[in-house]
Design a binder for this molecule. Structure first.
Ligand code: 13P
Length: 342
């Protein structure tokens, strides 16, 4: 491993107020999203959709890196170019989701453990040889009656740290994603408490596994009330509470924090990220950026609907959302920018 190169890549991923585009849905997840819109769930439709994304004109103005899925890195654009080459030609750094998904955890009803450590060293070597420069592993933590348990938080944090150490050994930047889910009627205070515990546990494990913090990126949830909670805090309150939680639990050595969107609407995800940067940017040790999937892709996916004739309009919607989120990184997102596309 060349740790200086890893640190360089980590910095490049959060440079110039850009962010990441997560387009790494597993086949079952991608098919579920297609099925909801009546789009055929075939390999060719998944390929076409991903081609629409990576060939979006101007995407690199706002996007520094794209997270792909194993199927996509072995596919090609219509002109024969590989997806990895198409991205690197645009100076978008290609990355790859490497976890094998969150599975029911034995002895822990209602909780999940993310699998994928077996054979990971060999897979990472192959990915590095293919030109991928970073990886992602997602752990999911649900809030509910008597959950999460310490056992599931510890096990998921341990797996994240083992994965991160293997990534750095292979020369890849690990994106460490512990997601506390929005589902449920919990309050923002409960989300704060659980998110703080999860992050502290994750960083303890990263330390124990000798992960170089300067060469990794954290991908957390924002601190939010549950989707069914009757009290929904304002954009500014969410910005304040999220930053307070992160300042308590995230070491200053990491270069950047890239939020997942987690089911927030595209506009709210942009507005909340913007509020954090407006209120705190100059005073934070790390960059606050984005690594959204749904909050960047959804409008484009809905417009595309599996129809070739809709590609250009869908690409405009994708470009627009990426641009809104870059504005949010700069603290310059507002209603005028949001409406600009219309
Ligand atoms: P969302 O932004 O849709 O939450 O997805 C982010 C992601 O990469 C999930 O692992």
């Amino acid at each position: 491993m060349n740790i200086q190169e890893i640190i360089y890549t980590a910095k490049a991923l959060i440079a110039n107020d850009k962010g990441l585009l997560a387009m790494d849905e597993s086949n079952p997840t991608c098919n579920k999203r297609f099925a909801a819109l009546g789009i055929p769930q075939t390999e060719e439709f998944r390929r076409s959709y991903r081609e629409l994304i990576v060939t979006t004109p101007g995407l690199a103005e706002s996007i520094s890196g794209a997270i792909l899925y194993d199927e996509t890195i072995r596919q090609h654009l219509k002109d024969g170019k590989s997806f990895i080459k198409a991205l690197t030609d645009k100076e978008i750094i290609p990355g790859i989701k490497v976890d094998a998904g969150a599975k029911d955890m034995a002895g822990h009803l209602g909780e999940k453990i993310t699998e994928g450590l077996d054979g990971l060293r060999n897979r990472l070597q192959e990915y590095a040889q293919m030109g991928l420069r970073f990886a992602k592993w997602r752990a999911v933590i649900a809030i509910g009656d008597n959950i999460p348990s310490h056992g599931s938080i510890e096990a998921n944090a341990h797996a994240l740290a083992r994965y991160a150490a293997l990534c750095q050994e292979a020369g890849l930047v690990p994106i460490v994603e512990p997601e506390v889910l929005m589902d449920g009627d919990h309050t923002i205070e409960q989300c704060f408490e659980i998110t703080e515990e999860v992050l502290r546990t994750v960083f303890n494990q990263l330390y124990a596994q000798r992960v170089t913090l300067e060469g990794m990126i954290l991908k957390p949830n924002m601190v939010l009330p549950g989707l069914n909670c009757t009290k929904q805090e304002s954009v500014d309150d969410i910005a304040d509470i999220t930053v307070e939680c992160l300042l308590r639990a995230v070491p200053a050595a990491i270069p950047g924090i890239v939020f997942l969107s987690g089911g927030q609407s595209p506009e709210l995800a942009s507005a909340r990220l913007n509020a954090m940067n407006v209120r705190f940017k100059s005073r934070l040790p790390w960059a606050l950026a984005f690594s959204f999937s749904r909050a960047i892709q959804y409008p484009a996916l809905e417009i595309w609907h599996g129809e070739e004739a809709n590609v250009e309009e869908a690409q405009q919607a994708l470009y627009h959302r990426a641009r809104c989120n870059r504005a949010a990184r700069r603290g310059e997102y507002n209603a005028w920018i949001e409406r600009e596309q219309e």
